[in-house]
Design a protein around this ligand. Structure first.
Ligand SMILES: [Zn+2]
Length: 266
């Protein structure tokens, strides 16, 4: 049995956060990550160091232990001091019990409610789900400011810009209009979208991603961000050749991918 602080989950989170910072997606203190930990792997500390109020605890997460980034922390600094920048908490009824980390007065991310609601939604869709992360990928945010925000149209443009986006995100992307962050409205709306999507765009703000691991969730953002970047680079050329609906159907057939009815029509 490992001590929580020696776990590979902390090493992976530090690596992922640094990568998001290097990509330019997590300026200043932007971004937050949470990981559902498989308790069987750890010696869970018995002592509760502090408690944090929670407006809502999804019943399916009661008793689960999560690793989260701290509020106001810079992703680029997490690896230098994980115990100050991260916390391991147990989900209780209306509260979070701190088991490790958030040293020197730290606290969990202000988006914790959105994370917990999203975890609950994804666990219902995928029992292997474990990670939720939020970051600010530049091209996707830029695209959300100029493109039709219907999920079909947004997903179709990304698929038509880079075929791997269809291969790895055949369900497409959920899209929310701009909403104030940190409030319950955006948390509820995101969790609703997470029932069907692993990536949810927050227009003019950023993205929420879910995955079986941080690599999985980050990989999905990388693919969508690459497609958005390609689209923005070619969008204003008069003679652009995007991947056609017929070619997308051919790709779906070759890769044995099921796509929502009508999403690959001309
Ligand atoms: Zn944000």
């Amino acid at each position: 049995m490992l001590n929580i602080q020696d776990s590979h989950y902390i090493t992976e989170l530090c690596k992922g956060a640094e990568l998001m910072s290097r990509y330019g997606w997590s300026e200043r203190n932007a971004g937050n990550i949470s990981v559902l930990l498989p308790e069987a792997e750890f010696e869970t500390p018995r002592e509760i160091l502090r408690k944090f109020q929670l407006p809502f605890s999804p019943p399916e997460l009661l008793g689960r232990v999560i690793l989260v980034t701290g509020t106001g922390k810079y992703f680029r600094n997490i690896a230098q001091n994980p115990a100050e920048n991260l916390g391991v908490l147990r989900v209780g009824k209306g509260e979070l019990e701190l088991l490790w980390g958030h040293e020197n007065g730290g606290a969990p991310t202000s988006e914790i409610s959105s994370h917990l609601r999203s975890h609950a939604a994804r666990l219902r869709a995928d029992p292997l789900h474990s990670v939720v992360c939020h970051t600010h990928p530049t091209a996707l945010i830029a695209m959300s400011a100029v493109h039709d925000l219907s999920e079909r149209e947004f997903s179709r443009t990304l698929w038509s810009s880079a075929g791997e986006c269809l291969m790895f995100l055949p369900e497409g992307l959920g899209v929310l209009p701009w909403l104030p962050c940190g409030c319950d409205e955006i948390g509820l709306a995101t969790a609703e979208k997470m029932k069907n999507y692993r990536l949810v765009i927050w227009a003019n703000h950023g993205i929420f991603a879910a995955g079986k691991s941080l690599d999985d969730a980050l990989g999905l953002i990388e693919i969508a961000e690459k497609a958005a970047d390609i689209y923005l680079k070619i969008a204003n050329f008069p003679d652009k050749r995007l991947i056609t609906a017929a070619q997308l159907r051919q790709l779906a057939e070759t890769c044995k991918i099921t796509v929502k009815e009508g999403w690959l029509n001309d």
